[in-house]
Design a protein around this ligand. Sequence first.
Ligand SMILES: [Zn+2]
Length: 80
Amino acid sequence: MCIRTEAAPAALILPWDPSRHVITVPQGVPPEAALIGVRAVLTELAIPQPSAGARCWCGAAVELPRVPNRQEDEVIHRAS
Ligand SMILES: [Zn+2]
């Protein structure tokens, strides 16, 4: 099973979920910062990392979480 990434609010982060093979990065961080975090977790897992990008243990590229473009303000206002 390949490693995937997800974004979540910082307070809810479990950096590495071994049961789901998911690396979680904080929501709203720039892609470069997310990549650094993902590479750090992969290195912790003893997976050799290339000079750029991030690799799964099978050699496939690990994609960073998609940053949603949609404004969340509407949801927040509706809840209050
Ligand atoms: Zn893989």
